[in-house]
Design a protein around this ligand. Structure first.
Ligand code: SER
Length: 312
């Protein structure tokens, strides 16, 4: 499936299940001093989760453009991006774990046709409700791995809504760089996280304490570029149709071709990711400067220029 088909299939699937589609918000979130950038699909829904605003519907779905500079130094490998599209379905105090897990499984295994035995699940330590929901779908015990807060807990910022989560990974099988590595081992080629289901139940305060949100919510995020790559038979996001035109353009500009030399490939990937991110950041009103958002943009631009010069 091409990325355009995946976007449509995702939205259709959740609209059929009673979700209202809402558009992506800009990369600069309005009125949220806790965030520099829109870094997840749930950002525009935070006031609904905290009870500060009433949602237009209790089931929502979106494809949100996101920017994250947290992995900046990782970008250049085959799986990290600064700019990406996150497909998501959300429940504001309505459905919870069982439905979110069941639909994610149905979408991946039936709608887009991933082999169930290739999927691996992580859950938060003692989350038996999530565990039992996966088991009911036929996921075997050996395909469910438990992690602590470092992996299976999602925070929307230093303060704000948070909760335990369950992640779905695609398993490419043993790879030369890592035979029996674990899903949470970042930087290896075997497992690629494709979807995160967050059970958004708590609010983290400035002093680190947590209190219950007014209701139990669902926040999910599926990476469009990652699912596209998996469905197109590659673990390299830059080999998917999402990046094909950009890679071709960089090849023409540099006179280098992708897929022959690891150092060149790395530089091509940096330029592809960063130029895409910069384009969307500038379009959403960010300009280079010495602090805040503008400084992040400047760092991304400098990094793109550095690697771009390296390939001529
Ligand atoms: N907020 C979660 C994430 O960004 C799921 O959407 O991973």
């Amino acid at each position: 499936m091409l990325s355009t088909e995946i976007r449509k299939a995702y939205i259709d699937f959740f609209v059929e299940r009673g979700h209202r589609q809402v558009p992506s918000i800009p990369l600069v979130p309005a009125g949220d001093p806790t965030l520099l950038f829109t870094s997840a699909g749930m950002v525009q829904f935070k006031p609904y989760f905290t009870g500060l605003a009433t949602p237009p519907a209790s089931r929502l779905t979106s494809i949100q453009k996101c920017f994250r500079a947290t992995d900046l130094d990782e970008v250049g490998d085959t799986s990290h991006l600064t700019f990406f599209e996150m497909m998501g379905n959300f429940s504001v105090g309505e459905y919870f774990k069982r439905e979110a897990i069941g639909w994610a499984w149905d979408f991946l295994t039936r709608v887009v046709g991933l082999p169930p035995q290739r999927l691996l699940i992580t859950i938060y330590l003692d989350d038996e409700e999530a565990h039992d929901s996966w088991r009911e779908l036929g996921v075997t015990e050996d395909r469910i791995v438990r992690y602590g807060e470092d992996v299976n807990y999602w925070f929307s910022g230093d303060t704000g809504p948070c909760g335990p989560d369950s992640e779905i990974y695609y398993d490419f099988g043993p790879q030369p760089d890592c035979g029996n590595c674990e899903p949470a081992h970042d930087g290896h080629l075997r497992y690629l996280e494709i979807w995160n289901l967050v059970f958004m139940m708590y609010f983290r305060h400035e002093d680190g304490t947590r209190s219950d949100l007014p209701a139990r919510n669902i926040d999910t995020g599926a990476g469009l570029e990652r699912i596209s790559a998996v469905l197109q038979g590659t673990h390299d996001l830059y080999a998917s149709d999402v990046f094909a035109p950009l890679i071709a353009r960089i090849e023409r500009l540099s006179g280098r071709s992708y897929g022959h030399d690891e150092a060149v490939d790395h530089a091509i990937r940096v330029v592809a990711d960063h130029s895409r991110a910069l384009t969307f950041l500038v379009a959403d009103g960010v300009a280079p400067s010495n602090d805040g958002r503008g400084y992040v943009l400047r760092r991304v631009l400098r990094r793109a220029v550095y690697f771009g010069r390296g390939i001529g």
